[in-house]
Design a protein around this ligand. Structure first.
Ligand code: ZN
Length: 243
């Protein structure tokens, strides 16, 4: 019945914005990298957590280990868009959805056909030489043995992913805020909303309907018009794709 309620909300909305987290990628077989094991390092005589292994410091000081972890735990070349990605692309095509704001870095929204996607944490699909800024795709980085180097100048190639210790792209953040400010409905899916900057961005929403879809409980359920504790891909399949 909650799906019916979501259907009604979607039908009555004209400017939906979707805000998504790690749970959106789960159905595409992409686990949260934070569930990976830590790594012990001699130099500091301690173990680094998955978060530390995707930090700016780790990229700079342990570049080879950074890419080992990055290639194993952050890039999934075989992953395909799931029902959530496909449903959102469909709603955009129909003119009902204005933007997707995502914390994910897998580029699956674009692969599903979404055009307006604000990637708060960047994308594994884009990579740049740290010296001459030449662009490289994900395949180039994945096929490189160890550290990927630029063909033109020999510089180290860095994924266009926001690492811990790095700031978000202000332009992307302000575009995301603008989209959320202008939305009549905000659907938040696959995130528990505790991670910065998710919680802060949601405060800009001034529209009618706030919908939360997440397997486990989220932080701000009291403000929501509709809360669904289910897998986001299943919910979007039922609400948008199943006629
Ligand atoms: Zn270069």
């Amino acid at each position: 019945m909650q799906v019916q309620e979501l259907k009604t909300i979607i039908n009555e909305s004209k400017r939906i914005v979707f805000f998504g987290g790690a749970g959106v990628s789960t159905a595409s077989g992409i686990p949260d990298f934070r569930s990976a094991n830590g790594l012990y390092h001699e130099k500091y005589h301690r173990t680094f957590s998955p978060e530390e292994m995707v930090s700016h410091m780790f990229f700079t000081d342990y570049t080879e280990d950074f890419f080992k972890f990055y290639k194993q735990k952050l890039v999934y070349p075989e992953a395909k868009p799931n029902a959530c990605h496909i449903a959102l692309a469909k709603l955009e095509k129909e003119g009902k959805l204005k933007a997707v704001v995502t914390q994910n870095i897998d580029g699956l929204h674009q692969e599903a056909g979404s055009k307006k996607v604000f990637e708060l944490h960047g994308s594994v699909k884009r990579n740049y030489c740290t010296q001459c800024h030449t662009f490289y795709d994900a395949d180039y980085v994945m096929q490189a043995k160890g550290i990927p180097y630029c063909e033109k100048c020999g510089g180290i190639i860095k994924p266009d992913v926001v690492l811990y210790g790095e700031g978000l792209d202000n332009r992307v953040v302000s575009q995301a805020i603008e989209a959320i400010e202008n939305a009549d409905t905000l659907i938040i899916g696959g995130t528990s909303l505790i991670v910065y900057p998710a919680a802060g961005l949601i405060d800009y929403f001034r529209g009618n309907k706030l919908v939360l879809i997440n397997k486990s409980q989220t932080a701000t359920e009291g403000h929501a018009d509709l809360v669904i504790h289910e897998d986001i891909a299943k919910v979007m399949q039922a609400a948008v794709l199943d006629a």
